[in-house]
Design a protein around this ligand. Structure first.
Ligand code: COA
Ligand code: AMP
Length: 638
């Protein structure tokens, strides 16, 4: 029996014993009373234990004599900067910033919103919160003021940490005006904001409310102030991270301290094959779950070196950047989204730029965030000969991989299109609508038997009822992933689509329902629908259909432009919403349900049948013609 099977079966035989053993990788202030507690779907790992996540990520490595080891490498081609932080150096920054937070009255259990670009100060702020038991909520920089305001109102932070700007290729994104607008819009008023002034853009500070990062740090240093680690319960929240749900209101995914640390430490060794001193590069953003787990916490918990990259796979300055970063820092593994590889492939189809760099340190490429299409995986295999290309599947909710090829344990054979097999802790099933298991090879809803393993969300922020409604009601005893797919005869999983209206654009999870809410707010729009259509670079792209109010005489093109601008203004550039089309009417069932699935199939050139319940079949033909005219759907072969 292989090591994977042995390990999975060991977990199946004694789940609590398995995780108790994995918990030895963590230093606890006080051991747990119960490995697993809870009922009715609400579970808690390591109940009764006390710990501190920042202590485990930083202090203990320094105490063990590894203070001079590199903890973080900031590589920013957009600013031409590379900075190295040793464990001792990073600890000094974090303990000092934690003292700054304390001086502003932030204490254990308070929330702090972090709205920052990919700078080391974002990770420092996260770890500083963890140090004093404050709960951080990082908001991705590509979201607009309104999205930030929604998160401020839900998380109710006592303080916000932000920066003067982010840098996107070709443009500087002024963060401060977005923050000011969000603070005006939000009903909840944070006490203070600490702003990192970047040399690329100045930001005016509001007297009495805004404080300058550098000045605050200098003052704390001058006064010799550093904050100590505050013990928290293993079950206390470390962070809240908002993710798209089926409406415009995002869900506040809660992450605990103890279980999360145990799961991440296990995954670093057994999935990613990374140990102390290894360099690990996760090319995501700290605004996403992948960034939380594998730019900040995972690598530091296991004493490795994490690369924090402020740039893009292409254009900063070219399609060789990823290979340059791997070579320059000696990365052993890279974790990115398939869309990033598609972007490189488009500019450098033969990956010839990889030949300019010494990639001898590089062992494995990990992909997640969206389905890894076989073409992209095979291109990466050809471009990086001898290195496994590993697709793995997970969600903001789970915090770490549900399914993977655990190369640290044992590299299983890769099957294209599959993120391989369930990890210990996850009993994954595929079921029909009634919750009955379907045979191997048959597509259905993917569910996970409760309890979820350590690291997964215990609940939604201040919303146990919403947690039950969203994830536990449809399939009693199981967590609904919202993904559909199948398991083959060998137990390999295939993730094919979402069962809800969430789409995946460039590895970013977005709600089409949220975009529809914005479009519906346009004064000339009577009704609308947004679908995700296949895109060769980004995986999917949103396309909006709008029906105008009777009597609107303005040109459709003008309203379409306004609709595009409105989504950018209300949700942000990350929505990548570039196409809105005015239509006379939307295709619906007789009961009034918009046929979004059929519209998507038409756009993607997939076979589709006229739904038996369609109200007026001619409308689907109209939609097809419109999409074809716009170059968004293939012509049908007669
Ligand atoms: N702050 C402000 N704006 C941002 C932003 C940020 N942090 N991140 C993205 N944006 C903007 C982009 O500039 C772009 O704006 P534009 O419409 O003016 O061009 C828009 O949001 C859409 O961004 P994106 O979808 O990322 O497209 P892109 O053309 O900038 O880049 C890729 C395309 C494929 C190179 C890029 O999406 C990528 O690297 N994706 C990997 C994603 C990833 O790692 N996901 C994490 C899951 S593992
Ligand atoms: P997020 O919460 O942003 O990480 O997005 C999670 C969703 O992205 C999942 O529910 C899937 O729909 C999709 N996803 C993530 N990784 C994969 C993968 N490896 N294969 C297929 N879909 C994926």
């Amino acid at each position: 029996m292989g090591r994977y099977r042995e390990t999975y079966e060991r977990w199946q035989r004694d789940p609590e014993g398995f995780w108790a053993e994995a918990a030895n990788a963590i230093d606890w202030v006080k051991p747990w009373d119960k490995v697993l507690a809870g009922e009715n779907g609400l579970f808690r790992w390591f109940e009764g234990a006390q710990c501190n996540t920042c202590y485990n990520a930083l202090d203990r490595h320094v105490e063990q004599g590894h203070g001079e080891r590199l903890a973080l490498i900031y590589d920013s081609p957009v600013t031409g900067t590379i900075r190295h932080f040793t464990y001792a150096g990073l600890l000094d920054e974090v303990a000092t910033f934690a003292a700054v937070l304390e001086s502003h009255g932030v204490k254990k259990g308070d929330t702090v919103v972090i709205y920052m670009p990919m700078v080391p100060e974002a990770a420092i702020a996260m770890l500083a919160c963890a140090r004093i038991g404050a709960i951080h909520s990082v908001v991705f920089g590509g979201f607009a003021a309104k999205e930030l305001a929604t998160r401020i109102d839900d998380a109710k932070p006592v303080l916000i940490v932000s920066a003067s700007c982010g840098i996107e290729p070709g443009r500087t994104v002024a963060y401060k005006p977005l923050l000011d607008q969000a603070m005006d819009m939000a009903a909840h008023k944070p006490r203070a904001a600490i702003i990192l002034a970047r040399p690329q853009l100045e930001a005016g500070l509001v007297a009495g409310r805004d404080f300058d990062w550098a000045a605050e740090m200098a003052q704390a240093r001058a006064e010799g102030r550093k904050a100590a680690c505050v013990p928290v319960d293993a079950t206390d929240p470390l962070y809240v991270l908002y993710t798209s749900g089926t409406t415009g209101k995002p869900k506040g995914v809660v992450r605990d301290n103890g279980g999360y640390m145990v799961a991440l430490a296990w995954s670093m060794r057994n999935i990613y094959d990374i140990g102390p001193g290894d360099v690990f590069w996760c090319a995501s953003d700290v605004g996403w779950v992948v960034g939380h787990s594998y730019i900040v916490y995972g690598p530091l918990l296991c004493g490795s070196t994490s690369v924090l990259f402020e740039g893009k796979p292409v254009g900063t300055p070219d399609a060789g950047t990823f290979w340059r970063v791997i070579a320059e820092h000696g990365a052993r593994a890279l974790f990115t989204a398939p869309t990033a590889l598609r972007a490189i492939k488009r500019e450098d189809p033969q990956a010839s730029l990889a030949g300019n760099y010494d990639l001898s340190s590089f062992k494995t490429l990990f992909l997640a965030g969206e389905r890894a299409d076989p073409d992209t995986v095979q291109w990466a295999e050809r471009s990086l000969p001898g290195r496994p290309v590993i697709d793995h599947w997970w969600q903001t909710e789970t915090g770490w991989a549900i399914a993977a090829d655990p190369v640290g344990l044992e590299a299983l054979p890769v099957k294209y299109g599959s993120p391989t097999v369930p990890m210990p802790g996850y009993d994954v099933r595929v079921v029909d609508e009634a919750g009955h298991a379907v045979p191997a090879g048959t597509t259905g809803s993917i569910v996970i038997k409760l309890p979820l393993p350590p690291g997964c969300l215990p609940t939604l922020w201040h919303n146990d009822a919403g947690f039950r409604d969203s994830y536990l009601m449809d399939f009693p005893g199981f967590y609904k992933t919202g993904d559909a797919g199948y398991i083959d005869e060998d137990g390999y999983l295939y993730i094919m689509a979402r069962t809800d209206d969430i789409i995946n654009v460039a590895g970013h999870r977005l709600s089409t329902g949220g975009m529809e809410e914005v479009l519906a707010g346009h004064p000339d729009v009577a009704e609308c629908a947004v679908i995700g259509v296949a895109d060769s670079l980004k995986g999917q792209m949103p396309v909006g259909f709008i029906v105008l109010n009777k009597g609107v005489t303005r040109p459709a093109a003008e309203i379409e432009r306004e609709a595009v601008a409105l989504v950018r203004e209300k949700i942000g550039p990350v929505a990548a919403f570039k196409v809105a089309l005015c239509v006379q009417r939307l295709p619906k069932t007789r009961s009034g349900k918009i046929l979004r699935g059929t519209m998507r199939k038409i756009a993607d050139g997939e076979a589709w049948n006229m739904p038996a319940t369609v109200d007026d079949p001619a409308i689907l033909d109209e939609i097809e013609a419109l999409l074809q005219n716009a170059g968004l759907a293939p012509q049908r072969a007669e």
